[in-house]
Structure formats: structure tokens, C-alpha cells
Design a protein around this ligand. Structure first.
Ligand code: AMP
Ligand code: GLY
Length: 423
């Protein structure tokens, strides 16, 4: 009988907790901090601040005193700040990488070093530390017609530090915009194809792949508008050729884990490879590694995953998945998730709008930006909630998710109507 603590406040953490609650081993669930839309049986702990920073030491001491036996960490910031090291110092098992291993996401240059050393296919890139150096690279590398550059900040920038540029002028502009904000930039050649989010449970040397997922990062239909934290997702991804998974396992995950181990920073947790796959040439590249579950991909993976998620978390946290299968089992159904966001998102947003769920609404919802005002559930941020649909195929999953979403209303609610449409 176990008490499990989930760290984070969004839809991803809601889905993780929802799935953990289904395990016969889990008797008590705590969210830190969670949000007001989550199940009332789950406890919520606030994370106190010390010197303007979240105080993970106090959280870990409290967790130890209250008998927490497993911690599952959702977001990237606490991982990069070393939350797992703090909990482990208290003797508590953690599903997540050490602060050092989490740098595979936080530092784009470390990610590239690992990819190059391990022979993992990725875009050609150059790391630069000044505008002059960046210009030199931009002019010396010939402009390929139909090509392009991607300029990325080194460090966690929540997707805001990446600019995809289709012309030399745009690339130069991006460099001059990003340099005052960041000390180091990575310049990459632009790749073409379809993006796939592929995650694996990793115990430091072994990996077990989950099913792939697709997320929709842009705000508006047809992938228009600004980048967001994610407006929807679905899983599995149709059209993935037979044998790609085995290649991803042997050419991406296993070499990355071996390289991290060789560097003395073995990776235990969920490793997420953001891939570009070009079906025409049957080639793939790794765009990025994340050291955590994807959001909103987790919201479509948890409903389809078979077996006991808790057991996977324990095995990962202990660094020994030897008794579990080489691949995580998934149902054959499709899951699709549509996010509803506040007016103004991803910029400055409305808050305090009453969130109404038509009485008798039967859908499954994962909440993120909500709080209580008196007894009303009201919006408190950008992404408010998402509706889940599960069905025998993509069309049925889409229909179910949008039907569930139609039961929800709040003033200024915006969502994409094309989640699930293939380009
Ligand atoms: P990243 O934070 O590195 O994943 O970049 C954010 C997004 O920018 C990715 O999800 C892609 O949509 C896009 N992107 C990043 N790198 C490239 C690249 N080399 N070629 C094309 N698109 C890219
Ligand atoms: N869905 C993209 C991410 O979690 O980074």
C-alpha cells in the first residue's frame, strides 16, 4: 500500500495522477501543488518558497514524515533544479532524472554533444556566443533553396527560445533578438518531415518505448498562429512504417542512454525524443530530448497504456526494469485530447471566468489553469482544461473528445477544431 506524490499543476500531472489512482498499490495520492479541478480525494500540498525559489527540501522532509514512497515529477523546471536529488537524499524513490541528467533537456548544447558522440541522427548545428560569430556561420554556410535555419536559445525557454526561419534575413533578425536575452545560441539547419513525440521509460541502461504521439503546438487551426504549450494531441500516430520503432530504439534511445552512462550521468526517468520523420526518404532526426513526460502527449498515453503504471514508476526509480517487458503495452484504441484555453493565450490571459460543465457531462477532463473562487471553479491561466476522447479509430476518438468539449463553457474559451486532422 503506497502513498504517491505527483509534482506539478497541469493537465499532464492530472493524467499521471488519474492513472496512478487506478493502481491497486496506490492508496493515497498527493499533488504538489495540483489544481482545483483535480479529484477531491487527492490531497494538495502547496510548495513553499525560500529566497524566491521553490523549497524542495521542505517538501521532501514533509513527504518523508508522511510516508510518501514514490514521487513522480511532471515539469522540466523542478527536474533541472535537482528535485530528484533532494528527494533521493531523503531516501524516497523518484520517477525522474537527477538534476545533472535532466540537463539533456535544459542544455541544448549538452543534448547535441550527446547526439554527436552517440551517432544519433540530428540536424547540423553550430553553437555561438556572439552576434558576430553567428553572422559568420550564417554567411559561410551556403543557403540551400527551400532550406532554412532554426535559431535556438541554450537553456529552458518554454518553447519561446526557438525561431524557425525561412530566409537569411529572418535568421539574422532572430539572432539579434535572442542575443540580448540569452548568452549562447544554437544555429541549426531546418529539417523537413512530420514531427513525432516518442517517449521511453529508462532505468539508466535499459529502455521500454511507449507508443508514439503527435502534439499540436500552434494556437490556431492548420498550424497557424503562435507557439503554445500545446493545444491538443493524439496517439497512436498512423502511417509509421513497420520497423521504425526498432530503429528508434537501437539508433536513438539505447545509444543516448549508453552515452549518458559513460559520462557518469545515467538517465533514469522518461526520456522524450522529439523526432522529425521524412517518409519520402525514410530518414529521421532527433530535434530535441526532453527529460520528462510530454504535455499534452501524456494525456493521450495514460488512457491507452496497459498494465500497472505504478510498477513501471517503481522499476524506473529503482534503476532496474529487468523484470518488465522491453516495450510498454498499449491498447489498440486511439486517444485524442483537445485543450481549451483562455482568451489572450499564449499572451496575457483573462482569469476569474466561471468554468461551467453542463450537468451530466460524461466526458473525461484533465484540468490545468483553474482555481476555486468561493465555491465556483474559475479560470486561473492560459490552458484551462482539456477533453479526452477514446475510440476505435482517430475519427471516433475525435468525435468523442469534441462532444465532451461541447459540454464545457467559459467566457473567452478558445480551442482548435482540427485536432486529429492529418496534414
Ligand atoms: P525544440 O524546442 O528544439 O524542440 O524546437 C521547438 C520546435 O521548433 C520543434 O518542435 C519544431 O517544430 C521546430 N524545430 C526545431 N528544430 C527544428 C529543425 N532543425 N528543423 C525544423 N523544425 C525545427
Ligand atoms: N508537447 C511538447 C512538450 O511536452 O515538450
Amino acid at each position: 500500500m503506497s502513498t504517491v506524490l505527483v509534482v506539478g499543476a497541469g493537465g499532464r500531472e492530472h493524467a499521471l495522477a488519474w492513472r496512478l489512482a487506478q493502481s491497486p498499490h496506490v492508496t493515497r495520492l498527493i499533488l504538489a501543488p495540483g489544481n482545483a479541478g483535480m479529484h477531491s480525494d487527492w490531497e494538495r500540498w502547496m510548495i513553499s518558497q525560500t529566497d524566491g525559489k521553490p523549497d524542495y527540501i521542505s517538501l521532501a522532509v514533509r513527504a518523508k514524515n508522511e510516508g510518501v514512497s514514490l514521487v513522480v515529477v511532471g515539469p522540466d523546471d523542478p527536474l533541472a533544479a535537482g528535485i530528484v536529488d533532494v528527494f533521493e537524499a531523503e531516501g524516497i524513490l523518484c520517477m525522474g532524472p537527477s538534476g545533472k541528467a535532466a540537463q539533456i533537456e535544459a542544455s541544448k548544447s549538452l543534448a547535441k554533444d550527446v547526439m554527436l558522440a552517440a551517432g544519433i541522427p540530428t540536424a547540423r548545428h553550430w553553437t555561438v556566443t556572439s552576434v558576430e560569430e553567428a553572422r559568420k556561420i550564417l554567411v559561410s554556410v551556403p543557403w540551400v533553396p527551400g532550406g532554412g535555419w532554426v535559431i535556438k536559445a541554450d537553456g529552458l525557454a518554454l518553447g519561446k527560445g526557438v525561431q524557425v526561419c525561412d530566409s537569411f534575413d529572418a535568421a539574422e533578425k532572430a539572432v539579434s533578438e535572442l542575443f540580448p536575452l540569452f548568452k549562447k545560441l544554437v544555429i541549426e539547419e531546418k529539417l523537413h518531415g512530420e514531427e513525432i513525440s516518442w517517449m521511453a521509460f529508462c532505468d539508466g541502461q535499459r529502455c521500454a518505448l511507449l507508443d508514439p504521439a503527435r502534439d499540436y503546438k500552434r494556437l490556431l487551426n492548420k498550424n497557424q498562429g503562435p507557439n503554445t504549450g500545446g493545444m491538443g494531441s493524439f496517439s497512436p500516430v498512423p502511417g509509421i512504417p513497420e520497423g521504425l520503432e526498432a530503429r528508434i530504439r537501437s539508433q536513438v534511445f539505447l545509444p543516448a542512454l549508453a552515452e549518458m552512462k559513460k559520462r557518469g550521468i545515467p538517465f533514469r526517468g522518461v526520456l522524450y525524443a522529439g523526432l522529425m520523420f521524412d517518409a519520402a526518404t525514410d530518414q529521421f532526426w532527433v530535434l530535441e530530448f526532453n527529460a520528462r513526460f510530454g504535455d499534452p502527449e501524456t494525456q493521450v498515453l495514460m488512457p491507452r497504456m496497459e498494465g500497472d503504471f505504478f510498477e513501471w514508476c517503481i522499476a524506473v526509480a529503482k534503476g532496474d526494469m529487468s523484470s518488465l517487458p522491453e516495450r510498454v503495452p498499449f491498447s489498440r484504441e486511439t486517444a485524442l485530447y483537445v485543450v481549451a484555453a483562455s482568451r489572450g493565450y499564449p499572451g496575457h490571459t483573462d482569469t476569474g471566468k466561471r468554468v461551467e460543465l453542463r450537468s451530466g457531462a460524461l466526458g473525461t477532463y484533465f484540468f490545468s489553469g483553474v482555481r476555486y473562487e468561493n465555491k465556483d471553479l474559475v479560470t486561473s491561466g492560459g490552458r484551462v482544461l482539456g477533453a479526452l476522447g477514446v475510440g476505435g479509430n482517430l475519427a471516433l476518438a475525435k468525435e468523442t473528445a469534441y462532444r465532451a468539449l461541447s459540454e464545457v463553457h467559459f467566457e473567452g474559451m478558445q480551442f482548435r477544431s482540427d485536432i486529429g486532422d492529418l496534414e
